[in-house]
Design a protein around this ligand. Structure first.
Ligand SMILES: [Zn+2]
Length: 139
């Protein structure tokens, strides 16, 4: 799947964003290594700390269907009613969650389906991710 196709799915998912507080709509689309795709949107809450990011919603959907390896994840965001940004970088918490289900080939794409987008490897986005294996080795 091409990057812009996955970005389009992320844009489509953002239409379901529940964002009455930030008015910032985000969609994410996860392409798993088996070719399946799961999407998510941000889900906010009056208790702000309970807000869920689109990336983690999409990954949660994939994992709950038995998919644990991400080939590519696309993220698209915009102010309500506005155009999709050229980049919508994942927050630190989402980077850690993406890393959990990624390998050295996993790519993170942010932007829009009009051709403005950026691409990173997970290592580039989170160079020193917490990993259980590493922490066990240091014990
Ligand atoms: Zn996030």
């Amino acid at each position: 799947m091409r990057e812009q196709e996955l970005l389009k799915k992320a844009e489509e998912a953002s239409q379901y964003a529940y964002a009455p507080y930030s008015h910032f709509q985000v969609g994410a689309a996860v392409l798993c290594v088996d070719g399946s795709i799961y999407t998510g949107c941000n889900v906010e809450n009056a208790s702000y700390g309970l807000c869920m990011c689109a990336e983690r919603v999409a990954i949660g959907k994939a994992v709950s269907e038995g998919k644990r390896r991400i080939d590519m994840i696309a993220i698209a965001g915009r102010e309500e009613g506005g155009a999709f940004r050229a980049s919508c970088s994942p927050c630190g918490a989402c980077r850690q969650v993406i890393a959990e289900f990624s390998d050295e080939n996993t790519r993170v794409i942010t932007g829009n389906s009009d051709g403005e987008w950026k691409e990173w490897s997970v290592r580039e986005m989170l160079p020193a991710a917490f990993e259980m294996e590493e922490s066990n080795e240091s014990l």
